[in-house]
Design a protein around this ligand. Sequence first.
Ligand code: G4P
Length: 527
Amino acid sequence: MKFEKEINRRKTFAIISHPDAGKTTLTEKLLLFGGAIQVAGAVKSNKIKKHATSDFMEIERQRGISVATSVMTFEYKDTLINLLDTPGHKDFAEDTYRTLTAVDSVILVIDSVNGVEAQTRRLMEVCRMRDTPVIVFINKMDRDGKNRFDLLEEIEKELHISLHPMTWPINSGKEFKGVYNIDNKSLRLFTASTKAEEDDVIGISDLNDATLDAMVGDRDAAQLREDVELIDGVYGELKVDDYLSGRIAPVFFGSAVNNFGVKEMLDTFIRIAPVPRSRETSKRTVDVGEDQFSGFIFKIHANLDPKHRDRIAFMRVCSGRFERNKYYHHVRLDRDVRFSNPYSFMARSKDIIDDAYAGDVVGLFDTGNFKIGDTLTEGEDFYFSGIPTFSPEIFKELVNKDPMKTKQLEKGVSQLTDEGVAQLFTQFGGNKKIIGCVGELQFEVIQYRLLQEYGAAAEFRPLPFYKACWLTSEDPKKLDDFLRFKQQNSAEDKDGHPVYLAQSEWFLNTEITNNPDIKFHFTSEIH
Ligand code: G4P
């Protein structure tokens, strides 16, 4: 394999969580370990100052919501780590879902007080679609959280995944004393703002050793012995293959804000997390080790610099080597394109790069040539599979408020939907334009951007739909009849695929039962 060395030292992942569980804090600690930032607080302050560097919208600044997905690259113990950030706000969840198609594994942060929350469930569903390997970090152990065993049971039951504790906490909240590393039999005692140096760790080769009692007290030492015996009995040794196939998730306990328990997780992460792997395409499996370059666009970020109306398309390299100034084949446009300023992203800045390898994410300057899911190759025609579109949850009719600006509106809507900001459906017969989003906030963003960037005034009128289902059938006539008969609820998506818009679960189930020859899909492959 020509680029074996480069590929095997890369780990590309995302941190996912329900908002407020501690994703930003954990990100910051990982960057500190990687030396990508020097001071705690840098990521937070970056958040506040964002309009100066990466903020692309007034709205984002006003609301302080991180809308965009960014990439942070850093090295830790010879491993090159690409951390893909995802928006925490639930209204931008689809962005997160798409980012998950570009990673090889995830770290899931769970708040020990709140346990599994709404967003945790949905994100895990997306991970399961691709069998993405998951490491769980149970955060905020310095707060009075749920009972540990109950929490593990809750996570297993709610997220349909088997867990494997790698560290075990001694108490929680005010009584939190530290974590015992089950794997390498060592103890790290908790102090707030732990620097997590090697020498803070106490090796405990035998849990019956009296040093343990001296360290944490008789009662807690006895409890730890009991817990660890139970865990050993139930879980045994971690089978890394089960983690890699997404069946088992190793679990770590800690406190991100105190940088406690993070290093244990990071060390295990670089040891077991998957390196970039081969990927399926519309034609064949693309082997990660192939000499020829291939990659796909999973995210488009508009107006990174508010002074310029440009876009950056984020491309995940899937095989070979990507090189600056070299011509590549844009499969959908059937055209050769080259990039003179491809970016890579460090924690706080973006740098022009000369080349990139499988697992890397490259930012490509785009003047409107890219759509989510676009593939670049060295000449071959194929698309990477498994980049799904999910059903929106809120549907509104697009109303043009300025007939003089119809063209601008159409262009704006077309470009924004290419970026994946929203989905566009056109009703059959009626020709009504319907915009589908995951959250209300997205409609505000669209309205704002249509006006600011395209000079088009639009309004939205609520529609009573709750889900879009993509329809397929072996029998084209049956599908045609259905679409004609259900005209009010039928539309086509941007690529011309037929869609049924359901008012409620009851209607949807009724149609599914009444039309056994038609398949109702809750997601659609982009290609
Ligand atoms: P998010 O990106 O997942 O939304 O969460 P974020 O890291 O912003 O953390 C949410 C809040 O939880 C922050 O508090 C953060 O300081 C706190 N937090 C993170 N890790 C821990 C932990 O281990 N223990 C405790 N007790 N708190 C933790 P905030 O009040 O919203 O912000 P700040 O003013 O503290 O920065």
